[in-house]
Each structure stands twice: as C-alpha cells, then as structure tokens.
Design a protein around this ligand. Structure first.
Ligand code: AMP
Ligand code: GLY
Length: 425
C-alpha cells in the first residue's frame, strides 16, 4: 500500500516509524515531514493545512491510505475532501472534529449525554462573562472556544487573572476568531491522564494509558506547552478506573455523537482529570496526542495499518489489538524560550551516537536538514523515547540519550515519570 502521513511533528515521526513495520505498507510519503521522517519516508514540502495541494498529491501519487496527524486539517475538512474524491483517509470528518475544534460543542455534548466534566458556562458577550466572574471564586478556568495551539486555556489562580484572560481572548482576540466565545469552568483537582481510543463510530477500543507533562518546567511549573514528555502505562489509571472511563466517557461520547447523526472514525483522545469523585473530561482531541503517541505506539504489537483500515471500513470489532507488556518514556527536548518565542537553525549534535543506544528511538519534531547538519526548526525539537521492563529502566535509557544530544539553548524536564515512580514507592 502507498501511504501518506500528513504533519511534521514527533507524532508523525512515530506514525511513519510504526506504519513502516506493517507488511501491507510498500511506500511511505510524508507532507511536510521533518529531518528525522525524511530518513524513513519520502517528504514533500506541502503544508499540513493545504488541503487542495495534499489532495492533488494523493491523487497524482496514487495514495491508497492517508493518515492525518494534526487537528487543523481535520477541522478544515480534509477527510470530507479526500472521501469525496474517492480516497481512503484515516481521521474524523469535519463534523466529528468539532469535538476538538469547539470547546462549546464539546461541553454541550457532555451536558446533553451526562458525560462527567467540570461544570461550566459559555459566553459570547464579554460584559456578561466579566459579570459572571465577579460572583465566582478562584481558582477558575477560562477557555477560548476554538483552536489555539494548546494556548487557549488559562488556569487562573485569582479572579483578576481570569478577567484578564477573558479580555485577552474576547476583546484583544489573542487567538483570533477562536475567542468569539469563552467557556468559564470549575477548576478540577487531581492527576491528569490521557486515554486514546480507536473507534469506527460504533466500537471503541482504548489504547494503553499514558500521562503527558504539560507544564514547561520541572515540578509542573511554568507555562503550559504542547507536552514536554510522557510515559506509559500511567498507574493512576487502574483497571477499575479504565473500565469506568470506557463506560461513562468513551462509549457515551461516541454514542452521543451518533445520536446527533455524527459517526466518529479515527482516534478519540480524552484528556481526563482523576478527581476524588472519579474521572472527568478536561478536553477531547480528535487525533493522536503528542507526545503521548510516542509512548503509546511503540507498545503496539499489532499492525497499525490493519487497525486503521478496520476503523475506516467500520469493522473494528473484528480486529484483534495486542500490546507489549512493557514501559515507555519520552523526554521532549525543546528550543530555548519555548513555549514563548525561540530561535531556529541551531545545530543538533549527538544524534548518531544516541541512535546507537538500544531499546529506544529519537523521534524528531521541529528539525530540518541544513547542508550536512540537522538543525532546530520548531519549539519542540526531539522526543527522546525508550522502553524497558520497568518505567525506571525506560527513563534511564531515555535520559542517557538526552545527555548525549546537545544544541544551544536546549531545555527539557528532568522529572518525567516521577508521579508514577512515587506511586510505586
Ligand atoms: P485543555 O486544552 O482543555 O485540556 O486544557 C489544557 C490544560 O489546562 C489541561 O491539560 C489541564 O492541565 C488544565 N485544565 C483544563 N481544564 C481544567 C480544569 N477544569 N481544571 C483544572 N485544570 C484544567
Ligand atoms: N499532548 C497533548 C496534545 O497532543 O494535545
């Protein structure tokens, strides 16, 4: 099969790496890809949101399966466009992608189908949002309705901070049209966990659990990022809790969408807070999480391509999905300054030496080839991933590789996985 992966991050690198292992895959393309992906697949410089150009490429190159990594093309309707042209593509259609594209849509669905989440109110008028805030207590959470590259959520520790966030989102339009509406919601306390599931709109098969590290710096300090590291499994999600998540969250979400006439096919990602009163939804994503998929997909024993085809053909219930019984850890190395502004073009050293280490893989995110060098080309640069029989051994191997790799200004968290290690002590 000729397969095209759309995107350019660590997620797309692990997708390409995993799909390459499938006996069905004969040729892999990636648009636009990065320096690491270019070693495994043929990269074409088409932006992930340029749907007409991607469609043209897929038709011209007789692509038999397209796999979409990021959310933006999904919310722009890439699946609808490819399907209309008779092409096979993995991911939810535009209607289903609203689950991530609009927090208001997601909240309404959860309210209607009694899916546990923080209580919330939606506002389209700034004065009403500010008046409502005056009667609340901090901490409180303010969210822009639309996509904001993971930056549209403010967990405010004071009401003044929450008011400032409402003004930035709704008046100053920091995130453009994404700020036409805001959701103000109750602050939930607990430990976060990500549950990703394959679904064909009927059958829902959860993947192994993982935990992201959203804050930029150690001990969950600093601003939120796209994710600074992850590990799998996440022991906070016990078997009992996972069963509860399936029954109270994943199944009702897919069933609720179906009742609304929406068939969700692809990866449903539930970002959860494990609170004292059970798991609650913080957010939905309609795609693999990044860096979560860098720790989840290396644990997949089964053929990813076969699973994706079963999702598309709506026969996921017939598909056997097996996982390795090991542990994985991913440490993200980021550019100096990230998640705020950062320089590009810094030479990365040590990649060849790090690649020689066993039981691991260095997934590239923001990298590019410049002459003979591989240079930084984004905020998150590398996802240094390793596996082992225990989380500690996976972490040891990942940090060993991190210590070999250098580039000016590099920063990473030193405490990936420590919440899980603390649980076992
Ligand atoms: P979201 O994009 O909605 O997942 O929000 C980004 C991050 O903000 C989450 O991963 C949480 O760390 C935090 N967050 C979002 N909503 C809440 C909430 N209701 N209570 C506490 N933290 C939250
Ligand atoms: N790591 C969170 C996300 O992919 O949105």
């Amino acid at each position: 099969m000729r397969v095209l992966v759309v995107g350019s991050g660590g997620r797309e690198h692990v997708l390409v790496w995993k799909l390459m292992q499938s006996p069905r895959v004969t040729k892999l393309y990636c648009a636009p890809g990065n320096a690491g992906i270019a070693e495994l697949a043929e990269c074409t410089p088409i932006a992930a949101d340029n749907i007409p150009a991607l469609l043209n490429f897929a038709l011209h190159n007789e692509i038999e399966l397209t796999v979409v990594g990021p959310e933006v093309p999904l919310t722009l309707g890439i699946v609808d466009a490819f399907t209309a042209a008779g092409l096979t593509i993995f991911g939810p259609d535009q209607c289903a992608a609203q689950l991530e594209g609009s927090k208001v849509f997601a909240k309404q669905l959860m309210q209607k189908y009694q899916i546990p989440t923080a209580t919330s109110r939606t506002f389209t008028v700034v004065e009403k949002a500010l008046a409502y805030l005056k009667k609340q207590t901090a901490p409180i959470v303010v969210k822009a309705d639309g996509l904001a590259a993971g930056k549209g959520v403010v967990v405010a520790t004071t009401l003044a901070e929450a008011e400032a966030a409402v003004v930035r989102i709704m008046v100053e339009r920091e995130f453009g049209h994404a700020g036409a509406r805001v959701v103000i919601e109750e602050f939930l306390e607990g430990e976060e966990v990500s549950v990703l599931a394959f679904t064909d709109g009927e059958t829902v098969v959860p993947m192994v659990s993982s935990q992201d590290h959203k804050a930029a710096f150690d001990n969950d300090t600093g601003p939120n990022t796209g994710g600074m590291g992850a590990y799998s499994p996440a022991p906070v999600l016990t078997d009992i809790l996972l069963a509860q998540v399936e029954e109270e969250i994943l199944q009702p979400t897919i069933k609720g969408l179906r009742a609304e006439g929406i068939i969700f096919k692809g990866v449903l990602y539930a970002g959860l807070m494990i609170t004292a009163s059970g798991p609650k939804v913080l957010e939905y994503n309609v795609r693999f999480g990044d860096p979560e998929c860098q720790v989840v997909l290396p644990r997949l024993k089964s053929d990813l391509c076969a699973i994706m085809l079963a999702v598309i053909n709506k026969n996921l219930s017939e598909q056997k999905i097996h996982w390795h019984d090991n542990h994985t850890a991913c440490v993200v190395m980021a550019s100096g300054g990230y998640p705020a502004s950062y320089p590009k073009g810094k030479v990365i050293k040590g990649l060849i030496e790090a690649a020689e280490l066993e039981d691991g893989y260095v997934f590239h995110a923001g990298t590019a080839k410049k002459g003979k060098n591989i240079v930084t080309n984004g905020g998150r640069v590398l996802g240094v991933t390793a596996w082992g029989d225990t989380l500690q051994s996976a972490l040891d191997k990942a940090y060993l590789a991190v210590n070999i790799i250098t580039f000016p200004g590099a920063h990473y968290r030193h405490d990936i996985g420590q919440k899980a290690i603390a649980r076992t002590m």
